[in-house]
Design a binder for this molecule. Structure first.
Ligand SMILES: [Zn+2]
Length: 271
């Protein structure tokens, strides 16, 4: 049986092919998976989350490791779980930094824990403690301070610490526990990459307060381009902090904020 192809048939065929092509294009737009949409979005700001006081396997450690969000684990050296917490953080693909215990203006010396950096140490003693600490927290790519309102005001102490940071190719994040901190100036003189904390997230178990702090961290990121927040495991935060991060994370991501590590921020800022 012969089929006669008329001009009308060809016209209908062209319409069908065109319709199929349009449907294919539309399906690409509407059914693109979420991850590729996020990937294609230009970031409106960056947030770095640093979680202090790892090293004690304390409250919230497991919850932080399980978040699946790129946080930075600041691990205290010379503690019962320093090495295991650092290893667990690395296994969870988190960035690890050394959380160096430094003398505060107020408070007791024993709060520093073993081998804290006090202002009565000579330069060599400061450097030896730092070498020992970095020997323990081998995966550390940077340093931040635990307490340290007195030691971060001391140019001699900060110079000793930052000289080791330079030698080992590490960045320093000033937790900014003192408004008179000389960290930024000293790091600039030595040409060590340096960052400053914008927001403390917790210091409380009140989850609503921690959520508010995370939101203001997002606001700073949108204004300044990036923002660094510090939270804690243990008595200063722990589980409520992990829960608040989990809750606020999708909201901030929807506002165009990308969560990154300090190492990634350094690349973005070309530091
Ligand atoms: Zn701390």
């Amino acid at each position: 049986m012969w089929i006669i192809i008329t001009r009308k048939h060809l016209y209908n065929l062209a319409i069908i092919i065109l319709s199929i092509l349009i449907l294919l294009v539309l399906s690409q737009i509407f059914f693109e998976d979420e991850s590729s949409i996020v990937f294609n979005t230009t970031p409106k700001g960056y947030v770095v989350l640093i979680i202090d006081d790892f090293g004690n396997h304390s409250n919230g450690t497991k919850e932080m490791l399980d978040l699946g969000i790129p946080i930075t684990a600041a691990v205290m050296p010379f503690m019962p779980h320093s090495i295991t917490d650092a290893k667990a953080a690395q296994d969870a693909d988190l960035e690890v930094i050394l959380h160096l215990s430094m003398e505060p203006n107020q408070g007791k010396k024993e709060w520093l824990g073993p081998k804290g950096i006090t202002c009565d140490l000579d330069n060599n003693e400061v450097k030896c403690i730092l070498y020992d600490a970095l020997e323990e927290i081998k995966f550390a790519v940077g340093i931040n301070n635990h307490m340290g309102s007195k030691a971060t005001q001391d140019p001699r102490i900060m110079k000793s610490i930052l000289e080791v940071a330079k030698e080992k190719n590490l960045f320093f994040v000033d937790s900014k526990t003192s408004p008179k901190s000389v960290v930024w100036k000293t790091a600039e003189d030595l040409d060590v990459p340096c960052f400053t904390r914008d927001v403390f997230l917790d210091g409380t178990k009140d989850i609503n307060h921690i959520k508010k702090q995370l939101l203001s961290l997002g606001d700073i990121a949108l204004k300044k381009g990036y923002a660094i927040g510090i939270g804690h495991v243990g008595i200063e935060g722990g589980k409520p902090t992990a829960e608040a991060i989990k809750f606020v994370y999708p909201y901030l991501r929807d506002r165009g904020i990308h969560f990154i590590t300090i190492t990634e921020l350094m690349k973005i800022l070309d530091k």
